[in-house]
Design a protein around this ligand. Structure first.
Ligand code: EPU
Length: 421
């Protein structure tokens, strides 16, 4: 298996273009099931999760063409209604076909995702919403079977117990073609949810309030295909911000939407990182050691769980002590033991990690079992003394477009080592 080898110590300098957002692209690609015809999606990142999604859509009668950054999807009516286990186990976001399939055909069979590296991650809220809209849900042989006896979902008020991101997205797609009005209360407010709302409206849907905690969707009789450019990836941007600061660098991020990153930039500024808006992007610079800050993850607009691991590396480079609390996922500290092997001093007590600043980190062979933990190990490798080998690179390939090329262009000493090399 490939690994990424980094010789740490080089401050990152230069410009980096932020790619399209993975977590916006995934629900948007799945929403193409809602309308027959040719959809064109631009600024789509070149990632393994995108390939997995197009493979899944392929099994559902959607013909996909992938060229650099453009995905063309030709949707036609088929009898296929199933997201099989072999694809769902590769990518939990496969569950995002559930809402569109039930909306379009009144039926779907989706393999239950099961637990994953960062937590149990049930989908009960997705199912509760579909039930309220008239679907009958049964669980059989590891699959969720949703069927609407009347053929078409009907609008309903759904109060979510948790503002689940993909749950909100599934229910928005389901409601787009339902009969009548659906109100989603305690909806997720993430920018990716707002982006899906924009795309659905471009398709002819009537979605109001996406990006707030109450979303109203008036169902329509039919939708049409769209041409849409995907928004920038705020988590990729945040990761480069932390990498720039951690290495004592000076990086201009191009194409980033700073409004999507307010919780992160507030913490970074408090820590002593300079973040300036410029005509062509956002400049991030600073020099360790930084001030220790405490962080608690929360649904948007709170501090994103997807940036927790990367920020922890920056907190290793302080002269103080920082407490990082993870409230979204129950098992999202897998990077801690690997960072400690690199010389960090971090203790985990339940949902909180206490990070004691250290003068430096040292290179080691490390690996992680999820995407953002892997990203944090890359950032740690960039600042560490000596060589770091980050194993299980396939996690990074799920979510960071051309990461080693982008970092090398910023001056990092980084290369992908092929397993047979
Ligand atoms: N939850 C339930 N029941 C549900 C749904 C969620 O209990 O029906 C719980 C989850 O177990 C979790 C919490 O609610 O503890 C929040 O989960 P959520 O459903 O919001 O997460 P998700 O939709 O599965 C998306 C992103 C994740 C990101 C989270 C939180 C996509 C494709 N994935 O996941 O991204 O961490 O929201 O912001 O949008 C990543 O990109 O690395 C990643 C994991």
């Amino acid at each position: 298996m490939d690994s990424i080898r980094i010789v740490g110590g080089a401050p990152l300098r230069g410009n980096v273009k932020i790619s399209g957002a993975k977590n916006a692209a995934l629900p948007i690609l799945c929403s193409s099931l809602l309308a027959n015809g040719e959809h064109v999606f631009r600024n789509v990142p070149d990632l393994r999760d995108i390939v997995t999604t197009t493979a899944l859509l392929g099994q559902l009668g959607v013909e996909a063409k992938l060229t650099p950054s453009v995905v063309t999807l030709h949707t036609r009516t088929t009898d296929a209604r199933e997201a099989p286990y072999d694809l769902v186990k590769q990518m939990r976001a496969s569950v995002l076909v559930l809402g569109p399939l039930v909306a379009r055909y009144g039926e779907a069979r989706v393999s239950l995702p099961g637990g994953c590296a960062i937590g149990a991650r049930p989908i009960d809220q997705h199912l509760k919403g579909l039930e309220a809209m008239g679907a009958t849900i049964t669980l059989e042989h590891g699959y969720v079977h949703a069927k609407v006896a009347a053929g078409r979902l009907r609008g309903a008020e759904v109060v979510l117990d948790i503002p689940t991101v993909t749950g909100t997205e599934n229910l928005m797609c389901a409601a787009a073609l339902a009969k009548g009005r659906t109100t989603l209360v305690n909806a997720a407010r993430e920018p990716e949810v707002e982006e899906l709302g924009r795309v659905l409206n471009k398709m002819g849907a009537d979605v109001q309030g996406a990006g707030t905690d109450v979303i109203t969707i008036d169902g329509v009789e039919g939708l049409h295909p769209v041409d849409h450019a995907i928004m920038a990836d705020r988590i990729e941007a945040g990761t480069y911000m932390v990498a720039a600061a951690a290495t004592g660098g000076d990086v201009l991020l191009e194409g980033v939407t700073l409004e999507h990153l307010e919780a992160l930039t507030a913490k970074l500024r408090r820590a002593g990182v300079a973040i300036e808006r410029e005509a062509s992007g956002v400049r991030v610079s600073g020099t360790p050691p930084y001030r220790a800050v405490d962080v608690t993850t929360a649904p948007h607009p709170g501090f994103p769980t997807d940036m927790q691991a990367q920020l922890m590396v920056l907190m290793c480079l302080t002269r103080g002590q920082s407490v990082i609390t993870e409230t979204i996922f129950e098992n999202r500290f897998m990077h801690v033991s690997e960072l400690n092997r690199m010389g960090a001093q971090i203790e985990v007590h339940g949902r909180s990690a206490t990070v004691h600043g250290v003068p430096s980190l040292e290179g080691a062979s490390v690996m992680a079992t999820d995407l953002r933990a892997s990203a944090s190990l890359v950032v740690a490798g960039l600042v560490a003394q000596g060589t770091t080998d980050v194993q299980r690179v396939y996690h990074l390939d799920r979510g960071y477009e051309h990461i080693e090329q982008k970092l090398a262009a910023l001056g990092a000493n980084i290369q992908r080592v092929k397993s047979n090399a």
